[in-house]
Ligand binder design. Structure first.
Ligand code: FES
Length: 68
């Protein structure tokens, strides 16, 4: 969730799908997420790359370190 903009990753992903695709930079520039503290940005990028919309804190970072 982007806490600063009060939007869940599911809401952001639905927006991206409705628009036929958006980059993280477009989401930030258009004010949907990422323009506050920026903590959601790595998760938004992961969401856009994988389609996942739920993340445990640090989960994908730990997975990437142990998979490689
Ligand atoms: S959580 Fe998204 S900008 Fe702060």
């Amino acid at each position: 969730m982007c806490v600063c903009h009060r939007r869940t990753f599911r809401e952001l992903m639905d927006l991206v799908l409705d628009r036929g695709g958006m980059s993280c930079e477009e989401l930030v520039r258009e004010g949907y997420c990422g323009g506050g503290c920026g903590m959601c940005v790595p998760y938004v990028k992961k969401m856009l790359a994988t389609g996942e919309t739920a993340f445990a804190p640090g989960d994908w970072v730990i997975r990437e370190r142990t998979d490689g």
